[in-house]
Write a protein that binds this ligand. Structure first.
Ligand code: BGC
Length: 392
């Protein structure tokens, strides 16, 4: 993941006219279009991932005097990340479990899936560099071995509500990081393959959200404006505005919901916290004809304010605490607060001798001893629990 703001000059105009209509996509499925007008988080239970519960339990055992607080985390849902072709094999297992939980409770049980394997992934950082490369047939593999297989699984669990967040950071990188070759090479691929993923995953039981970075990355007026232009291009290629339910912000980042942290770190950014960002983005989208969309905000690790001095730092930030508990419709414009990045999983390895090392993960604001991105980082999770706001 890269979450930093890089002040790059956008060398290409991504301006596009209205994106209603079908573009190059298939006609929108009426049942999916209808579903895109509803907040999918309302009136459902959330799937609890047994593997996450095991990690929490192991940590509780490691810190017996705090086990009670740590164990409380087991009741909260977390995002399920499909970050490689091999990991797609987890999907039917997770959804099978979700079906059992749904049958046991008698209430629809929602799973939140993060789809994360674009060719040239994490193009402006290294810690989450992916397996697919454009020059090595990455586009064809992304379509046939990744997205098509995910779509088939979603279809075979048509009785379950599913939220899919597409490709964290990718479209944000097209706003600020086109000066980096791995990003500029990926520009058309990110747009067209995101559109491909939308078209394939636009099923009646699936609500799709596009990633929307966070206040400290794209909060500036011109960045938000350019992000909206990128969205319009993607949605035009995907088949129109009704193909998606909305946008996900702060995924894997630490930006506070309510305070004025941003004003101290970047005084020129009008979005001094995440809720201001969501509101300004929603208003900007509406000005461009993209209305009535819902937002998911990742609140896994943004409970505590004033934990960093440099907003662009994004890797295993020291002092972070669990944030608002996952729940539906907590604020205007917001479909849900949700722990999209499972709290306790690393953002990237801190050892410079290891593959995928990114210097950000050894910054003075990053926790030491961090394992590879996605791997359980027990001491960090312990701190997240201790620093939780609200407390557990
Ligand atoms: C990593 C993924 C991981 C996800 C959730 C990302 O930064 O690249 O491998 O699944 O975080 O922890």
């Amino acid at each position: 993941m890269i979450q930093q703001r890089v002040l790059a000059i956008l060398s290409v105009s991504l301006a596009f006219a209205a994106c209603a209509g079908t573009g190059t996509g298939a006609p929108v499925d009426p049942a999916h279009a209808e579903a895109s007008h509803r907040n999918p988080f309302l009136d459902v239970n959330f799937f609890i991932n047994p593997e996450y519960v095991e990690n929490v339990e192991a940590t509780a055992k490691a810190f017996p005097s705090e086990a009670e607080a740590i164990r409380k985390v087991k009741q909260y849902p977390t995002g399920l990340w499909l970050d490689s072709i091999a990991h797609v094999a987890n999907l039917p297992l997770w959804l099978g479990e979700a079906r059992k939980q749904q049958q046991a409770s008698g209430k629809p049980t929602l799973s939140l899936i993060v789809v994360y394997d674009l060719p040239n992934r994490d193009c402006a950082a290294n810690s989450s560099a992916g397996e697919l490369k454009i020059e090595e047939n990455g586009v064809a593999r992304y379509q046939t071995e990744f997205i098509d297989v995910i779509a088939a699984h979603f279809k075979s669990f048509s009785d379950l509500p599913i939220v899919a967040i597409l490709e964290p950071d990718s479209l944000g990188n097209l706003v600020t990081n086109l000066n980096m070759p791995k990003c500029s090479d990926a520009r058309d691929v990110y747009v067209n393959q995101t559109a491909y993923a939308i078209r394939k995953l636009a099923l009646p039981n699936v609500s799709i959200y596009l990633d929307a970075a966070h206040a400290g990355w794209l909060g500036w007026d011109h960045h938000r404006e350019n992000l909206i232009k990128v969205y319009k291009k993607v949605l035009r290629a995907a088949g129109g505005l009704d193909m998606i339910r909305g946008f996900a912000t702060n995924v894997s980042n630490y930006t506070h919901l309510y305070n004025r942290d941003g004003a101290a770190m970047e005084s020129s950014d009008p979005c001094y916290n995440e809720l201001v960002y969501v509101k300004k983005l929603a208003v900007g989208l509406a000005d461009h004809g993209v209305r009535n969309k819902g937002f998911i905000v990742d609140t896994g690790r943004n409970g505590k304010g004033q934990i960093r001095k440099v907003w662009g730092h994004w890797c295993n930030i020291k002092g972070a605490g669990l944030g608002e508990r996952p729940r539906a419709a907590p604020e205007p414009f917001i479909d849900a607060f949700f722990w999209v990045k499972p709290p306790g999983e690393s953002d990237g390895i801190s050892d410079p001798t290891q593959p995928r090392f990114d210097a950000e993960c050894a910054s003075n604001e990053s926790a030491k001893g961090a394992p590879q991105a996605g791997v359980w980082f027990q001491s960090y999770f312990h701190d997240l629990v201790r620093n939780a706001v609200p407390p557990l």
